[in-house]
Design a protein around this ligand. Structure first.
Ligand code: FAD
Length: 482
């Protein structure tokens, strides 16, 4: 970190908005993908768009990379800092600037948590639809960067479907606005380009989100099945009936055990559970719900519990949403994978994962958005046992191969970040990646904005992309051993 930049930052920001002591920096060395760590050169905590723009402009002038960070709950190392760079934490930009219920939108700063938006408008019968399981802590800026999803995205879509506009600071320090409260702006859809760009194009300093009215009726059931396959059949059968539930979530025994140990949701003792939620107009929801109950019974459900009130519904969702964090109860370390498969290929891919579990000797829990085919295998390991962390990484990359073989995708919602960039070339051609890079370079010609993320090889604009680099364990020929 050039001392001259640190001096310029200290002249630009209030004293409590610049951290450079190693002890202060430690907090920021990773996001929720904790095995990737790097100490940032400095951390800034701006309170306004003007302060963000000033910091970014200084980085640009000094040719120093910078990384935006929201709440640090990302699971792909997207907010992994650079030793030679500045980490821009948006954690102090937490104001809800404006709420317009008549036109159903809110304008919020990037550090506002996802759930806080709903909390603010809930008394008036509104909510913000995308609901990542981390919603009580993750920031809306992080959601925009990752195009985050959640249990209810099956029916309601992802962040991109609920963000109407943003204000953002370009890597030069210029402030731009894309979109706005009215839907469908003319011109190129640069808002669509920015959402899901994982902090590689700009720093988002304000977000205009769409608000929805709470549905008239919500009904939730929890069904226990003798096997994952039987639960998977129920999912296919529900969708085949033409019903679009608000959410269909599946958990296997290992993740149920973890959730029970952590938050005691009192799930049935089955090998797998399905959570199915329907919402909408009362009469229609009741009619469709009884059809869903029938499908579960015919698919071999051992138990079907219907949530009779909000307390019962909250208990069921608490069990589901705690599942990732709860894995700490059953394993010293775990690796969260995120891949997508076409729904119809779920049983086959889950069987391959079970086989991999036996071959690798590592336990793998499964909790996922079954309706979207979005898998979240949780690979348990113990980093104090030599080689296990590497084996877990290898298992995670194998699972991605299975998803791609089945015609799926590298990530459903957690992003590519630093974690999966080497796998991008397995899914995209060189021409695909080159086109993405050209878009990136149009925003960030000096590659200063979150470099080393998303793309397979670090590169400056104008360079030719490099070939896919195999995981070290593959290169060492160890893959066959597992
Ligand atoms: C227990 C748990 C459960 C989770 N469940 C889900 C889930 O159900 N669905 C889901 O989609 N994700 C889930 N996640 C992942 C994570 O919460 C989301 O990716 C979330 O959007 C990250 O938000 P954040 O504020 O923590 O961002 P960070 O981790 O701080 O950053 C994530 C990325 O966004 C960029 N970024 C952050 N803020 C900005 C900004 N203002 N401008 C530009 N770029 C920015 C960063 O550079 C980084 O690339 C879960 C994570 C955990 C730990």
């Amino acid at each position: 970190m050039p001392p001259v930049l640190l001096q310029a930052l200290s002249r630009t920001l209030p004293a409590d908005a610049l951290l450079s002591h190693p002890v202060d920096l430690l907090t920021y060395e990773s996001d929720a993908l904790v095995h990737l760590r790097a100490m940032p050169g400095a951390v800034v905590l701006p309170r306004s768009t003007a302060e963000v723009a000033a910091v970014v402009r200084l980085c640009h002038e000094h040719g120093v990379p910078f990384v935006a960070r929201g709440s640090g709950t990302g699971l792909s190392g997207g907010a992994l800092p650079r030793r030679d760079g500045v980490l821009v934490s948006l954690a102090r930009m937490t104001h809800i600037r404006h709420v317009d219920l008549d036109n159903q939108y809110a304008v919020v700063e990037p550090g506002v948590t996802n759930l806080e938006i709903t909390r603010r408008v809930a008394p008036f019968g509104f909510y913000y639809a995308p609901d990542p399981s981390s919603q009580s802590v993750c920031s809306i800026g992080g959601n925009v960067a990752e195009n985050s999803g959640g249990a209810h995205c099956l029916k309601y879509g992802f962040t991109v479907h609920h963000v109407l506009g943003v204000e953002a600071v370009l890597p030069t320090g210029d402030v731009i606005r894309l979109g706005g409260p009215t839907p469908d702006h003319p011109g190129l859809d640069l808002l669509g380009v920015l959402i899901g760009s994982e902090g590689t194009l700009a720093v988002v300093t304000e977000v205009t989100v769409r608000l929805l009215r709470r549905p008239e009726a919500v009904l939730t059931l929890l069904a226990g099945f003798p096997s994952i396959d039987a639960a998977g059949e129920a999912v296919s059968a529900i969708i085949a009936c033409g019903i679009v539930p608000a959410a269909v979530e599946m958990m296997d025994r290992l993740t149920i055990d973890a959730a029970e140990a952590a938050v005691h949701p009192n799930f049935p003792p089955s090998s797998a559970v399905l959570i199915v939620e329907l919402d909408g107009v009362e009469g229609e929801v009741r009619e469709l719900f009884s059809r869903v109950e029938g499908v579960c019974q015919r698919s071999g459900a051992e138990t079907v519990e219907v949530a009779r009130d909000n307390a019962a519904r909250d208990r069921i969702w608490k069990g589901r949403k705690a599942a990732f964090a709860a894995m700490g109860r059953v394993s010293p370390n775990y690796y969260v994978q995120d891949g997508v498969v076409p729904r119809t290929r779920l049983p086959e891919v889950l069987r391959r994962i079970r086989d991999l579990e036996q071959r690798s000797g590592l336990r793998i829990g499964n909790v996922f958005h079954a309706g979207d085919g979005n898998l979240h295998p949780l690979i348990c390991y113990d980093e104090s046992i030599p080689g296990q962390a590497e084996r877990a990484e290898w298992v995670a990359s194998e699972i991605l191969e299975y998803c791609l073989d089945a015609g799926g995708s590298l990530t459903g919602e957690h992003g590519v970040g630093a974690d999966k960039r080497a796998s991008m070339a397995k899914m995209f051609t060189t021409d695909d990646l080159d086109t993405m890079q050209r878009v990136r370079c149009a925003f960030d010609p000096r590659s200063l904005c979150n470099p080393g993320k998303v793309f397979p090889t670090p590169r400056l604009c104008g360079e030719v992309p490099g070939p896919y680099r195999a995981h070290p364990i593959e290169r060492a020929g160890l893959a066959e051993r597992f």
